[in-house]
Ligand binder design. Structure first.
Ligand code: TLP
Length: 343
């Protein structure tokens, strides 16, 4: 078996030597008492980076979103979000099951946008029969739209409608630093029009664990209680948070390499005859139309190239810090051998 080239997700990255070193040396305390200096430093750095007053360290992107929704809303409220949002497609319905929230979807355009007029139509009025619509949740970059990047202006055209309707707004910014690098707009500006925004350390930024939820100080105070409710209050979590501080300093700018590799991969796939336009790849995710995505994944796995499946006819390949440009070329060679008749 040749060396595995793992393109399933950017979550497969392993901590760098600098992260392991920082983790070993981290000063720690009990974070449930807010006494872990490394967690406190990470939360302060995250808040500053996102241009918000405060931040909360949570174990996962899923918990960041759930804490955000449960803190913004009360049980019985309605949340509007895209039908391709990770919150609705891949978070076990936690907002409904644990938060008692009604999730109403609006179709995402292929570029990741929700039509602002559709947001206006979806929000319910105060009629006795209706649940209160209280939150709009967006995502950037948009995972299931092939890593689509939304600009600050595109996001604001949606949050403006929400503000006009009196809705609060949350951004699932699991990969917001990919959007920062792709657009050249600082993350703080990208998320400026949102009441809260999360980002993940454990994806392209290469950390073993962790996400940050950012917002104003009063919101984060309440979110801290919601995190405890969900069992996310950690103790000497500075051992993990130390890697996050390294990531914020060392791992953001290099996301440009992942974007370049994703375009290189898409260009190679187009040359092999796959139906993909390399110009459509905006960040580190390649969504690839194939005849039978599960069969394609299994054939590639036999040759040591791991990919994931988005739907019956859509595969996903994700670039990250642990795959190099030569790995991309090697993956293309193996794909060419594994699948002589692309769609
Ligand atoms: N995405 C994972 C899978 O769940 C699909 C991946 O491999 O891409 N928001 C977005 C936009 C995400 O892509 C993910 C993870 C999450 C939230 C959840 O983060 P975790 O996995 O830390 O709970």
């Amino acid at each position: 078996m040749p060396d595995i080239i793992d393109l399933r997700s950017d979550t497969v990255t392993r901590p760098t030597p600098a992260m392991r070193d920082a983790m070993a040396r981290a000063e720690v305390g009990d974070d449930v008492y807010s006494e872990d200096p490394t967690v406190n430093a990470l939360e302060a750095a995250a808040a500053a980076r996102m241009g918000k007053e405060a931040a909360l360290y949570v174990p996962s992107g899923t918990m960041a979103n759930l804490v955000a929704l449960m803190t913004h809303c009360r049980p019985g409220d309605e949340v509007l979000l895209g039908d391709q949002a990770h919150i609705i497609r891949a978070e076990v319905g936690g907002a409904a099951r644990l938060g008692g929230l009604l999730l109403t979807t609006i179709p995402n355009d292929p570029d990741g946008m929700l039509d602002p007029a559709a947001i206006g139509r979806a929000a319910r009025n105060a009629n006795l029969h209706h649940p209160p619509t209280t939150l709009l949740a967006l995502e950037n970059t948009q995972n299931f739209c092939g890593g689509a990047v939304l600009t600050r202006e595109q996001l604001e055209s949606q949050t403006e409608v929400a503000a006009g309707l009196g809705l609060r707004t949350h951004l699932d910014g699991a990969r917001v630093f990919n959007a920062e690098v792709a657009t050249g707009t600082p993350a703080a500006e990208i998320v400026a029009s949102f009441d809260s925004a999360s980002f993940c350390l454990s994806k392209g930024l290469g950390c073993p664990v962790g996400s940050l939820l950012c917002g104003d100080a009063a919101f984060i105070d309440r979110a801290r209680r919601t995190r405890k409710l969900l069992g996310g209050g950690m103790r000497q979590a500075g051992v993990l948070a130390a890697a996050g501080l390294v990531a914020l300093h060392q791992m953001v700018d290099r996301l440009a390499d992942d974007h370049r590799n994703a375009r290189r991969l898409a260009a190679g796939l187009a040359e092999l005859g796959f139906a993909i336009d390399p110009a459509s790849v905006q960040s580190n995710i390649v969504a690839l139309p194939v005849d039978d995505a599960a069969a394609w994944r299994d054939r590639l796995a036999e040759r040591g190239v791991l990919v994931s499946v988005l739907s019956a006819r859509l595969g996903r390949l994700v670039t990250h810090a642990d795959v190099s440009e030569p790995d991309i070329d090697e993956a293309l060679d193996r794909i060419a051998q594994a699948w002589p008749v692309p769609v």
